[in-house]
Ligand binder design. Sequence first.
Ligand code: FES
Length: 102
Amino acid sequence: MELNAEVIELSKLAEGKPAAVFPLGLPVLLIRLGAEVFALENRCAHMGCPLAAGKLDGHILRCPCHDWRFDIRNGRFLDAPELAVKTYAVKVKDEKVFIRIP
Ligand code: FES
């Protein structure tokens, strides 16, 4: 079963600034870039550091702990694409951000 969980109002997401949210208790990271919003698990695939404290450069997010870099469009670790953090489908409706939780 899938669930569309309302996460936040779009106006509360600052451009390019990762935001940690907890829909249904899950650690999720949202990033707004222009008209798009990306949602990833807020837990690094290496040792679990919260990625919300990472540095964003375009679509690449660098983990604050040991500098692993992830593409926020698909969650892939750049140096070994077989590793990834989970991503969630995002929908923006009526200025609210929803993510699909499987
Ligand atoms: S925990 Fe993210 S790079 Fe080590």
